[in-house]
Design a protein around this ligand. Structure first.
Ligand SMILES: NC(=O)C[C@H](N)C(=O)O
Length: 310
């Protein structure tokens, strides 16, 4: 059953005209990450590759295409975690980098800290030779349109959030049984400047432990943080639940207890995996034994050969 890689493109509602590209993007990302797993790449290499591809795809709320904060600016959060040593790296409210997930990995690999934020994260990026990109280069017409719409006097903030929740994430187990996760996001539309969401916080926006499994969540960040969603799911798995049962229990708890919707991709050390969400949709794709699995709505689960281009 190993290796395995599971990718998501964010829980929420995807407007009709964006459905096809959202589904295509997660499949391309899972192909890219899986090819690492089939070479010499580790689980960490695979999740970072998959998330980098999704950050570079403007249909998702991460890297290029991130939602804008209340001031019309891009501030991004990202996290990686390596289940071998419980090593983790994250950045929060970071600006002007094309691939926050790669910066999060550098925080893990090159510092003794778990999370760098704001200007400190930018300084660290410069010191590591990560190129600074113009903020404009991360902003799409679509993101600007949604931002403006939400500022209008008659805006419905709930509806505006619903249209664009495409945080991206991945979990993987490599052939050696090592487990990793990665999550990246532009956060919530029209968030306050300096807002840090679940994605940058260990145990909330991601967790990986070789002994239990890994989770990458998406959804309403403040709700995810209140229930420490990623770690809560792994807790249920430690108590003997399957990845699927653990995810369902934790998502139901989050809905009942704090009224939050979201979605997760989960793996366990044997390569059992699960995709669960309480939102209307979540674009996802998985690769295992050269089969590509994918879906968008609850209960949808299609398969094809990974070499099939369509
Ligand atoms: N789209 C998302 O998943 C949003 C993200 N969880 C955040 O609150 O920052």
């Amino acid at each position: 059953m190993l290796p395995v890689l599971v990718v998501h493109g964010g829980a929420g509602f995807i407007p009709k005209e964006r459905v096809q590209m959202s589904c295509a993007g997660v499949q391309a990302a899972v192909r890219g990450g899986y090819s690492k797993l089939q070479g010499q790449g580790s689980a960490m290499d695979a999740v970072v590759e998959a998330v980098t591809l999704l950050e570079n795809d403007h249909h998702y709320n991460a890297g290029l295409g991130s939602v804008l904060n209340a001031k019309g600016e891009v501030e991004m959060d990202a996290i990686v975690m390596d289940g071998r040593y419980l090593a983790s790296g994250a950045v929060s409210a970071v600006r002007k980098v094309a691939n926050p997930i790669q910066l999060a990995r550098l925080v893990m690999d090159k510092t003794s800290h778990l999370c760098l934020t704001g200007e400190g994260a930018s300084q660290f990026a410069r010191s590591m030779g990560v190129p600074e990109v113009p903020e404009e280069s991360l902003i799409t017409e679509y993101a600007r349109m949604r931002w403006k719409k939400n500022l209008a006097a008659d805006a419905n903030p709930v509806e505006c959030q619903m249209g664009k929740m495409g945080t991206v994430g991945a979990v993987a187990v490599d052939a050696e049984g090592n487990i990793a996760c990665a999550t990246s996001t532009g956060g919530m539309l029209n968030k306050m400047e300096g807002r840090v969401g679940d994605t940058a916080c260990i145990g909330c926006g991601g967790y990986a432990d070789n002994r239990v499994g890994a989770v990458s969540p998406t959804g309403e960040g403040e709700a995810i943080m209140k229930v420490t969603l990623a770690r809560l799911i792994l807790f249920h798995m430690e108590q003997g639940r399957s990845a699927e049962a653990a995810a369902d229990e934790a998502l139901a708890y989050m809905k009942d207890r704090v009224g939050g919707l979201g979605g997760v991709v989960v793996v366990d050390p044997q390569g059992e995996w699960s995709v669960r969400f309480s939102s209307l949709q979540m674009a996802w794709a998985a690769a295992q034994q050269r089969t590509l699995h994918y879906g968008l709505y609850t209960g949808e689960h299609f398969t094809k050969n990974i070499d099939d281009p369509n």
